[in-house]
Ligand binder design. Structure first.
Ligand SMILES: *Cc1c(COP(=O)(O)O)cnc(C)c1O
Length: 245
């Protein structure tokens, strides 16, 4: 049994291990551990399990389906200081609900979706932070902007008055060998794309904005941090396996 994923370990212990691994990976890249935000991916986890990670100190939660998130957020409305982010594909008919629920939508995978979010955010008189999701690996099974279309998409999206683009997000392909090194080039390409955006579509800020790089999950977050991730989305390493998964 891999001690990193030991199902017998307590939630608190597993979170401690994840934090230590984040800190070690950041140190290897000459970065401070607090430059990397840990988002606990709570999809398929019942509200009671989310309560436990809240008690263990985590405050930012990632969900990939609007309806599931809506129920969970309602069940956990008594928890203060919580931030929910959408990390999965957003269907057009769920846009209005999503704008009311999430502090940020990480999975903006088309200009069309951005325009729909803009409309709903404008109706609510609200500014919505977003990340653009890029399908760096080019997998047919994944949504996301193609790297080659990301600059043009970004140019269109920065004109939308109620969206606040904050960076890029990617989901790396599952490594065939089980070795996370295999997906290092994916993370590097996302960072390079971010650097292009800073030059080509600069936002406010000293370096041209687009600061957030959301990349890395249970199987590959350390490599992602070495390549510049500022946010990792971790489910199984915190919760153990997911129900039904
Ligand atoms: C499920 C999911 C994660 C977390 O995956 P783990 O392997 O459990 O860490 C991260 N990002 C997205 C987009 C997901 O759907």
């Amino acid at each position: 049994m891999d001690p990193k994923m030991d199902p017998a370990a307590s939630l608190g212990e597993r979170i401690g291990v994840v934090r230590a691994r984040i800190a070690a990976a950041a140190a290897r890249a000459g970065r401070a551990p607090d430059e990397v935000t840990l988002v606990a991916v709570t999809k398929l986890m019942p509200a009671e399990r989310v309560r436990e990670v809240y008690a263990a100190g985590l405050r930012i939660f990632g969900e990939n389906r609007v309806q599931e998130a809506e129920e969970k957020i309602a069940a956990l409305a008594d928890l203060s200081g919580v931030r929910w982010e959408l990390i999965g594909h957003l269907q057009t008919n769920k846009v209005a609900t999503a704008v009311g629920l999430f502090a940020r939508v990480q999975s903006v995978d088309s200009v069309r979706l951005a325009e729909k979010l803009e409309k709903k955010a404008a109706e609510r008189g609200q500014a919505l932070p977003v990340l653009l999701e890029v399908n760096v690996g080019g997998e047919a099974s994944k949504l996301g902007l193609a790297p080659a279309e990301t600059l043009d998409a970004a140019r269109a999206i920065v004109r939308l008055e109620h969206l606040r683009p904050e960076g890029l997000m990617t989901v790396a392909p599952i490594s065939q060998s089980g070795d996370a090194e295999e997906v290092r080039p994916i993370f590097r390409q996302l960072r390079e794309l971010r650097d292009l955006l800073r030059q080509g579509v600069p936002l406010a800020g000293e370096q041209g904005g687009w600061d957030t790089l959301s990349m890395g999950m249970t199987d590959d977050f350390e490599v992602a941090i070495e390549e510049g991730a500022t946010l990792v989305r971790v489910g199984r390493a915190i919760f153990g396996s997911r129900p039904g998964a």
